[in-house]
Design a protein around this ligand. Sequence first.
Ligand SMILES: Cc1cc2nc3c(=O)[nH]c(=O)nc-3n(C[C@H](O)[C@H](O)[C@H](O)COP(=O)(O)OP(=O)(O)OC[C@H]3O[C@@H](n4cnc5c(N)ncnc54)[C@H](O)[C@@H]3O)c2cc1C
Length: 496
Amino acid sequence: MEILYPDTVEGVMDALAAARLSRTPIHPVSTDRNWGYRSEHTTQGLVLNLSRLNRIRNAQEISARQPVAVIEPGVTQGQLADFLAQHHPGLTFNITGSARETSILGNALDRGVGYRGPKREDLFGLEVITGSGERIFTGFRRLGSESPIAHAHRYGLGPELDGLFFQGNFGIVVSACLRLLPRPPCERAVSLSLRRPQDLGDLLDALIAVRRDGLVSSVTHVGNRARTHSSLARGLHQALMKEGLESHEAQKDAASILQTRFRSSWSALLSISGHERDTRARIKEIRARTAPWADVQVVSPGLLDAADRMLALWPGRAPRKLMQLRALLAAIKPLNGLALGKPTDEPVRNLLWMAGQHGYPVEEFGQSDVGILYISPALPLEGRLVQDFVTRWSGIVQAHGLEFYVTLNIESENSMVAIMNLLFKKSQIKDAIRARRCAEELYADIRRLGLEVYRARDDMMNLVTDPDDPYWKTVEQLKQVFDPDKIISPGRYNLA
Ligand SMILES: Cc1cc2nc3c(=O)[nH]c(=O)nc-3n(C[C@H](O)[C@H](O)[C@H](O)COP(=O)(O)OP(=O)(O)OC[C@H]3O[C@@H](n4cnc5c(N)ncnc54)[C@H](O)[C@@H]3O)c2cc1C
């Protein structure tokens, strides 16, 4: 499939005009790293890769009083995090667990979820080239960049068009306003370990109440043991090798650390921020409310650094227990960093390492041998019910002979999503087919339960739509308005 890399908005408009003339479908992507949701480009047409449109357009105007960045699709998490660290250390933004070189816009346009919540809520004031070649600005950006409210007021006047361009195929977004967040004076990552698997529903209900009562403002990630172990195994192994252990010894020690310290069937990670006293009071409250079911640990970056420095003082080769402790700190640091707004490549590296592709370039993860399929149902905030669903889905995955990896993300006061992922090696054709069948079965079960995924993989687009449903009929009519030639990602929703 041909890939075009325009580096100006005019280049995007020209590419679209040429595609319309020749009736060639065009698939806009930002950095094209929608791993787990995007299969290889098998559809007809062109990919319009916007990674070279990578300017922070208002870099000079950003400040604590104007905490909004006008970004293009190629601006990555790493790029913006580095820019803010250098120029505005008091500001941060909602990051995801994907790699540093993934697009902020691309993720948000697919309605991805960051550590602070759904990314949809971070974007407004879109600049869009619609399928009919029109260049439109939503909200008050239509008033022009000289207007003092162009980048400040998120809704504008009249119907809000923004929503049409999220998980839509009506236009190509070439820039948008991104909400930046003040870095709180005090941030703590809090982790909880469930004592008895049968109490998952109760712990979820306690964490939901904690969220509803405003004690925590980040997403609460509740991961099963397979998921927790997979996030830590590589970090432990690498750190133990740095301590001087041979690879096989490091592997053994890493396994023993995971077995002894991460025995729990479910662990939760969340972050608490605010002023020091307020943060301490909230942690105390969370501890009290979850005490019947979970053990709580609080980790601050300062504490990790201090422990690191202290342990580094050991002269000569350290005893095994000390090595293990140092390795543990090294492995959890980047993951806690995520909860505190620091993007990292570690989760992607972990997957490469698990597949025996240690050292493979993270940015090219999509071409590696790691096959990954995400199945991400939206769920109600009801602990017991969610526990039942997860037990069912775990059964389905195990019946296919696969490992069940899942995190339950309490992402707002009203909703939760489960992120299930199936892993396989692409080179093992039988495994790939098995994973795909399992994904299909999971999706069928999700629908049977009256649920739906919050975000669909491109290979499931024909399953999510129903041409008889008035909702999808209206979507089809809107497509006629914005993209009458059906040039932009025509297969995205398989409508007539
Ligand atoms: C280990 C790991 C961890 C991950 N963690 C997370 C996570 O925490 N949260 C999360 O949400 N995802 C996560 N992902 C999934 C994925 O990697 C990210 O969502 C990633 O940011 C998406 O890739 P991208 O930014 O390059 O988007 P792209 O691939 O560029 O875009 C995604 C889709 O959005 C649409 N689109 C993109 N740009 C435009 C545009 N300019 N105009 C119109 N439409 C457009 C297209 O349909 C495109 O296919 C993870 C994946 C892995 C492997």
